[in-house]
Design a protein around this ligand. Structure first.
Ligand code: ADP
Length: 234
């Protein structure tokens, strides 16, 4: 198994002047290439903090975070920007699309700075949006907006797709469609997909399940027989 990333004693302290909040500490983990990872935990447990660190969106306070062989905890601001641009696709709960750009333009914007990016139209078609290319976000349903957001992450052609509560704003069936699309990225296309959620039911779809409690990892195991999302109910 090729190791994609490894965390060694990762700690994050938010320091807002007077108040210091230790969001995560003593976090150790290893994630292999092509895994579908689910990170489970209650609200406030530290899931988003960990995901943001992996995505190079914030600085590690202590420890190492080795991704593709490089310790990104040592990166400066410029190196982190470069890292994000080249290595990470991010899918957010509320999609974070540019409202004044069409579906196609939103994906194009993300691919402009990447030499080996995929064709935006092809990727939008692969997520089932053939007939919505020129729609603005306000003309799309929540599920469709999330598909654009997945297309945007995928079109960058990076190895890692990070998803923060990707179905949190969607109804049950639409959410299942999105999860199925994300698992396809790992199972069929070999992407390393990490999904952060508080939904226990999603544990069953994971190749690799990590639970976070009070800022530290309380459970880290592989699932030999992950279930297809269509066979999971909640
Ligand atoms: P989760 O994603 O599991 O809900 P978070 O990673 O968002 O948890 O938060 C973990 C802890 O860190 C919480 O106590 C939260 O209040 C705190 N926290 C998160 N972001 C910040 C921030 N920017 N400044 C201060 N505290 C923060």
């Amino acid at each position: 198994m090729d190791v994609m990333m490894e965390g060694l004693n990762v700690k994050k302290v938010y320091d807002n002047g007077q108040l210091k909040v230790t969001a995560i500490q003593n976090v150790n983990f290893k994630i292999n290439k092509g895994e579908l990872v689910v990170i489970l935990g209650q609200s406030g447990a530290g899931k988003s903090t960990l995901l943001n660190l992996i995505g190079g969106m914030d600085y590690v306070t202590e420890g190492s975070l080795i991704i593709n062989g490089k310790d990104i905890a040592k990166y400066n601001k410029r190196e982190l920007i470069q890292f994000r641009r080249n290595n990470i696709g991010f899918v957010f709960q509320f999609y974070n699309l540019m409202p004044n750009l069409t579906a196609k333009e939103n994906v194009e914007l993300a691919t402009e700075l990447k030499r080996d990016a995929l064709n935006p139209v092809e990727v939008l078609k692969s997520v089932g949006l053939d007939d919505k290319l020129d729609h603005f976000p306000s003309q799309l349903s929540g599920g469709e907006q999330q598909r654009v957001s997945i297309a945007r992450a995928v079109a960058k052609n990076s190895d890692i797709i990070l998803c923060d509560e990707p179905t949190g704003a969607l109804d049950y069936e639409t959410g299942k469609g999105i999860l199925s699309l994300l698992s396809k990225q790992a199972r069929e296309l070999g992407k390393t997909v990490i999904i952060v959620t508080h939904n226990q039911a999603l544990a069953e779809m994971a190749d690799h399940l990590i639970r976070i409690k009070n800022g530290t990892i309380s459970f880290d195991e592989y699932n030999e027989n992950p279930k297809d999302i269509k066979d999971i109910e909640w």
